[in-house]
Ligand binder design. Structure first.
Ligand SMILES: *Cc1c(COP(=O)(O)O)cnc(C)c1O
Length: 462
């Protein structure tokens, strides 16, 4: 029998109209936005794939929970619901809510890092690394080489390279490494998972060295799904069970509930360690809010608590990844260079390969992001040299990966929207030689990708 279609495990109850604009309108809008899609007005965007962060559709159960917000300053019942959900699903004992992921990153960095420390990890994430640096640490990337190669079709590109790790430990000594920063489903590599085998090995290695693992659990459900799909011994286990096993090898986590949990805002820090918990509680009142709300409304904590139970249901995470694969496979079929394997939260266009005529110094991924917006009103995000920023000497970092990320919000768009996106990407790919490079005209000192401005250059290579 022919393989049957599996549809989304939900139906649509509320819709939000979106606007189709003209090409002329978009050309003007992107110019005014300094060729930075972060500076576009959302109303000028047709299909918004800037990020899957805080842009997801909550369920009726989550919305119903929003009405049950206990907005007491201290000891809100929604905090206790959130605490219980984290304990049950992630398995950590203590939790400190924060306004979003970076709030938790800020606090854990301040608690654990001392000036001159080194923090190895499986590729950087923008906000995570910055908070580590602001706390006086230096981030060291020890992900496997395959992660830096868009065309390397390896199933666990989020894995740690033990040779790189051992080299670092030997060079600086274990005492200078407060923790390993383990990112689930490595975002900047294209949404790529680590394997449980790699994590188990990491855990054994660090037990001997007495180094902690702090998990960036933001996309851990997606990672757990890939383990179920790809790793032997996990096929019959539920995503929920796999997620808990992942957490069990770690000392604590930071979390952005704007991703896996479908929420518009929120996050938390969780740990099993009493002392870290006490220190984190002391800091959260300074930077976020009292330790039972951490910058969140009671209703937000309730939405997170309910989202936590929802996101680990196999059918929900499977539907999410299936849609990402739907778009990715369309582009692969048209021979558009993208990161393979197709990742967990979006499709990543290989701008270096697509725009061979634009040198990386002219920010090819930023240029491709703009071109896509002009063609169809689809908004993506640069994840290349602009995002990588500058090193401590102030020199531009030119990462191996020069990508355009098309992140797909959860439960928001239909596959017809994905068809529109694919058609536009294929169209600009076929006319790629017309795209021009960019030059920076304004650049903030930190996290420049959010607010930098550009203008088009006329200079071309070759
Ligand atoms: C989004 C994200 C963060 C930061 O979370 P915010 O809620 O945006 O502050 C950290 N790590 C990863 C992997 C992310 O995707």
């Amino acid at each position: 029998m022919k393989k049957r279609t599996i549809a989304e495990p939900y139906k649509i109850k509320v819709v939000e109209p979106i606007k189709v604009t003209t090409r002329k309108h978009r050309e003007k809008a992107i110019k005014e936005a300094g060729y930075n899609t972060f500076l576009l007005k959302s109303e000028d965007v047709y299909i918004d794939l800037l990020t899957d962060s805080g842009t997801n559709a909550m369920s009726d159960n989550q919305w119903a929970g929003m009405m049950l917000g206990d907005e007491a300053y201290a000891g809100s019942r929604n905090f206790y619901n959130l605490e219980k959900a984290v304990q049950e699903i992630y398995g950590y004992r203590h939790i400190v809510p924060t306004h979003q992921g970076r709030g938790a990153e800020h606090i854990i960095s301040k608690v654990l890092i001392e000036n001159g420390d080194f923090i190895p990890g499986n590729m950087y994430f923008t906000t995570t690394r910055l908070h580590q640096e602001l706390a006086g640490g230096t981030f060291i990337d020890v992900i496997i080489d395959e992660a830096h190669d868009p065309a390397a079709d390896f199933e666990f590109k989020g894995n740690v390279d033990f040779n790189k790790l051992a080299t670092l430990v030997k060079k600086v000594g274990a005492a200078k490494i407060p923790y390993f920063s383990l990112q689930a489903n490595t975002n900047m590599a294209g949404g790529q998972p680590f394997s449980m085998e790699n994590l188990k090995e990491l855990s054994e290695y660090f037990k001997k060295k007495k180094i902690k693992i702090i998990l960036d659990a933001t996309r851990a459900v997606e990672n757990a799904y890939f383990i179920k799909k790809r790793e032997s011994g996990y096929k019959t286990k539920s995503v929920k069970t796999i997620l808990k096993e992942i957490c069990s090898y770690t000392y604590g986590c930071t979390m952005s509930s704007k991703k896996d949990h479908y929420c518009n805002i929120g996050g938390f820090l969780a740990t099993n360690d009493e002392k870290v918990f006490t220190n984190a509680k002391e800091l959260v009142v300074i930077y976020e809010g009292l330790h039972t709300y951490g910058g969140l409304a009671g209703r937000d904590m309730e939405a997170i608590a309910r989202g936590i139970y929802e996101c680990v249901k196999d059918e929900n995470i499977a539907a999410r990844i299936r849609q990402v694969e739907y778009l990715g496979n369309k582009l692969l079929k048209a021979k558009v260079p993208i990161v393979v394997p197709i990742g967990g939260h979006g499709v990543f266009l290989d701008a270096k390969k697509i725009l061979e005529h634009i040198p990386q110094e002219q920010f090819s991924a930023q240029a491709l992001t703009s071109a896509l917006y002009i063609d169809s009103g689809v908004r993506g995000m640069e994840r290349g040299a602009v995002s990588a920023g500058r090193d401590k000497q102030g020199k531009n970092i030119y990462p191996k990966l020069e990508l355009v990320r098309l992140a797909i919000p959860r439960r928001v768009y239909t596959n017809l929207h994905m068809d529109v996106v694919a058609e536009s990407v294929i169209e600009i790919y076929n006319n790629r030689e017309k795209i021009k490079g960019l030059k920076i005209t304004y650049e903030p000192e930190k996290l420049r990708f959010f607010q930098a401005r550009f203008k088009q250059t006329s200079w071309r290579r070759g």
